[in-house]
Design a protein around this ligand. Structure first.
Ligand code: PHE
Length: 333
């Protein structure tokens, strides 16, 4: 081969390149063309290795020709690649453009169940007053649910808590009071806790009864506590929870685990009186049972109905509404 012939070949390759370039479309084609012209088996590589067949005097000139063609192809490939990338980007952006006049898509927004809202609010009020939140099991033993609370077997008061028994000694707790026992047995006074939780009683559902319901237990045991402290706590709590316009009434009651015992009724403006809790001074027999000295410490407790609090807050007259999961009801809170 001589220089003339090589020049001819370079011309041919350049012409082929021009045709290929004109037909180029898309990044895959670009890569394919790059390999076809500049790859190991491409015409340029072949011509470069043919250089050594040329007479030595012609090699420099031939090398320049080949190199400049190679540079040309490389830079045009690069330019074309950049243009292709830009076009792709522009197409993508165009497809992404937003139509701000379209109406938004509606998504339902979840919210907390009204009973959860009330529970959290009650917890919040008492935590600010320095109470811990405790918990206990929903499946209890006879001992914690009754016996330790001064309600021995065959005591007529057991009938007041009509229970779901699981076997001879286990039942679904009928109130949150067993948590009092569990907490006192695991701590030394002073004890200041609340315990929210589910309770179970064999009641037929009606407007004010549900076999599953929620209570918040409160217990404060310390040296020197009196009924006046209990009354203050309850008044303070009711005032914080309901705000103005609600009336409160204390009256005597009986519970085997408190002495004296009381009940508290609340009336919302224009509404009916509704009992919200049983309360009282922890019976000395209960304090002794958990190993506290009733001569040294006294305590008080109450069991508050969460459903009742929610009914009073919003004027709801049927407790069953809380458990039906009807969004027309739930979405109002
Ligand atoms: N455990 C009682 C009930 O469920 C309520 C109560 C709790 C009364 C604490 C006094 C003290 O009926």
């Amino acid at each position: 081969m001589d220089l003339k012939e090589l020049e001819g070949k370079v011309q041919e390759v350049r012409a082929a390149w021009e045709r290929a370039k004109a037909a180029l479309e898309g990044p895959e084609a670009l890569e394919e063309v790059r390999i076809r012209f500049l790859g190991r088996k491409g015409p340029l590589t072949r011509l470069f290795s043919a250089l050594k067949e040329l007479p030595p005097g012609a090699r420099a000139e031939a090398g320049r020709l080949l190199n400049s063609l190679k540079q040309e192809i490389l830079s045009e490939l690069e330019e074309k690649g950049a243009r292709l990338a830009q076009e792709t980007e522009e197409r993508k952006l165009a497809a992404e453009s937003y139509d701000l006049t379209l109406p938004g898509r509606w998504r339902p927004v979840g919210r907390l169940h009204p009973l959860t809202q009330v529970r959290l609010e009650i917890e919040d009020i008492f935590m600010r007053m320095g109470f811990d939140v405790a918990s206990g099991p929903e499946v209890e033993t006879d001992y914690y649910n009754f016996e330790a609370l001064n309600i021995p077997e065959d005591h007529p008061a057991r009938d007041e808590w009509d229970s779901f028994y699981i076997d001879d000694t286990h039942l679904l707790r009928t109130h949150t009071s067993p948590v009092q026992i569990r907490v006192m047995k695991s701590r030394r006074p002073p004890v200041r806790i609340i315990c929210p939780g589910r309770c179970f009683r064999r009641d037929n559902p009606d407007a004010t009864h549900s076999p599953v319901f929620h209570q918040v237990e409160l217990l404060w045991v310390e040296r020197g506590l009196t009924m006046a402290n209990l009354k203050w706590i309850i008044e303070e709590f009711v005032r914080k929870f309901f705000g103005p316009g609600y009336e409160m009434r204390f009256s005597a009651d009986f519970f085997p685990f408190t002495e004296p015992s009381a009940q508290v009724h609340i009336r919302r403006p224009g509404g009916k009186w509704l009992e919200i809790m049983g309360a009282g001074m922890v019976d000395p027999a209960v304090l002794s049972e958990v190993g506290y000295d009733p001569e040294e410490v006294t305590g008080f407790a109450f069991g508050l109905g969460i459903e009742r609090m929610a009914m009073l807050r919003w004027g709801i007259e049927d407790i069953r509404l809380f458990y039906q999961n009807d969004l027309r009801f739930l979405s109002q809170f």
